[in-house]
Ligand binder design. Structure first.
Ligand SMILES: C[S@@+](CC[C@H](N)C(=O)[O-])C[C@H]1O[C@@H](n2cnc3c(N)ncnc32)[C@H](O)[C@@H]1O
Ligand code: SF4
Length: 384
């Protein structure tokens, strides 16, 4: 891997907080609204970007990510306005990656060509399951056939396409997941995000599980499904480069790598987080969660930031450790020292290295396949 490939990058995250319905497992900042004033949202997103660029000027951007919510519900004019402002404010690298998250419904697929014309060059589709009954149980508005048609269309329009699946679903056996993942791997995507279903507090799924009305596969079954995921994807040439993300060499999502490598990223839209290097300081920004409050705040002050704090070198080091250990490439000891102002305490890692949960190799410290499933324990021991 060249140094350039391992560079943290500089990203822009744009949060679109609206969805056609709220899925019962989802705790993302996503809301259903009867109507959205698209012109007002475009103006507000651009205003907040201008505020952020005054705070953190300079570029160029290496990636932009439209996340949600459901950004494929955006008016393409909004995407275009955001992209042309981004290019003016920070500039682009020649090979900038511009991703948009899409739900696989035909209404959204109709807009693909206009998103592409606006500059989007990577689409991430929320397929979630290749089983119609399970899609219904997940509260999804699309069928498997619709998801596959959307995927085919996306591949014809965008240079890069990824899709998401959720496994360890209600009633799913390891054998059923193995069959489904094999089918998914025949579709030829060069990037897959494969998430184990989690019960998020505050969601209908969480409430049903608390009442005993919904049961997920037990720990052994889920661990089995995780192992199947690792081995099938590796065999197919898409090893995990992060806990839940698999890609062919060179096809990793550069924007997400910027988070995990603790690069700088600007976050705009409701509930977006940012990490900005300003002179010697590293700032953490967070915007108002509620779409209406955020829109009103931007109208009044030009931004919806509700928290802006300077991170201490120690917390930068800890954050880097937590993020980078998720990655197949692991943590760079030199980058840890640059961020935290102190060398990494390697003797503290020795027990975990002896237990064969961590590996140390030159500048790199990584969780090995046995360590990854118990990452929280590793992190707790390393920063305790
Ligand atoms: C911002 S969301 C979704 C983008 C898009 N709105 C969609 O639903 O397709 C990103 C991904 O998180 C995953 N996800 C959301 N909630 C989850 C949960 N409780 N457990 C596991 N994965 C989840 C889904 O795979 C989803 O595609
Ligand atoms: S999973 Fe996607 S479509 Fe469903 S509520 Fe969450 S963000 Fe919206």
């Amino acid at each position: 891997m060249s140094n350039r490939d391992a560079a943290p990058g500089f990203g822009l995250y744009v949060h679109w907080p609206f969805c056609a319905t709220k899925c019962p497992y989802c705790d993302f900042n996503s809301h259903v609204r009867e109507s959205v004033d698209h012109g007002a949202w475009a103006r507000a997103l651009v205003s907040e970007m201008e505020h952020m660029a005054a705070l953190r000027p300079g570029g160029p951007l290496t990636s932009i990510f439209f996340g949600g919510g459901t950004p494929s519900l955006m008016d393409p004019c909004t995407v275009e306005a955001v992209l042309s402002a981004a290019e003016q404010l920070w500039g682009y690298t020649d090979d900038i990656e511009i991703t948009l998250e899409a739900n696989p419904t035909s209404v959204e697929a109709e807009k693909f060509k206009t998103f592409r014309a606006a500059g989007v060059n990577r689409l991430s589709i929320g397929v979630q399951a290749l089983d119609d009954n399970d899609l219904k149980a997940l509260g999804r508005l699309h069928s498997v056939a619709e998801a596959l048609a959307t995927y085919d269309l996306a591949r014809a329009v965008f240079p890069r396409v990824s899709f998401d699946l959720i496994y360890a679903r209600v009633g799913q056996t390891p054998d059923a997941w193995e069959g489904e993942l094999k089918e998914a791997l025949t579709l030829g995507a060069d990037h897959l995000s494969l998430y184990q279903l989690t019960l998020e507090p505050g969601t209908p799924f969480h409430a049903l599980a608390a009442k005993g009305a919904l049961t997920l596969p037990d720990e052994d079954e889920s661990a089995g499904m995780y192992d199947i995921t690792q081995s099938l994807c590796a065999e197919a040439g898409l090893p995990a480069y992060e806990i839940s993300n698999h890609a062919r060499p060179g096809a990793a999502c550069r924007h997400n790598l910027t988070y995990w490598r603790l690069g700088d990223y600007v976050g705009v839209g409701p509930g977006a987080h940012g990490r900005l290097t300003v002179g010697p300081a590293r700032l953490a920004t967070e915007t108002l969660l509620s779409p209406e409050s955020w829109l009103a705040a931007v109208g009044e002050h030009g931004h919806g930031i509700c928290q802006q704090t300077e991170l201490s070198p120690v917390s930068c080091g800890e954050e880097y450790l937590m993020m980078a250990l998720r990655l197949g490439e692991g943590l760079s000891l030199a980058r840890f020292e640059a961020l935290s102002g102190a060398p990494f305490d390697l003797p503290r890692a020795h027990v975990l290295i002896e237990e064969k949960l961590l590996e140390h190799d030159g500048d790199r410290l990584r969780a090995n396949p046995r360590g990854r499933p118990v990452l929280n324990r590793l992190i707790a021991e390393l920063i305790a």
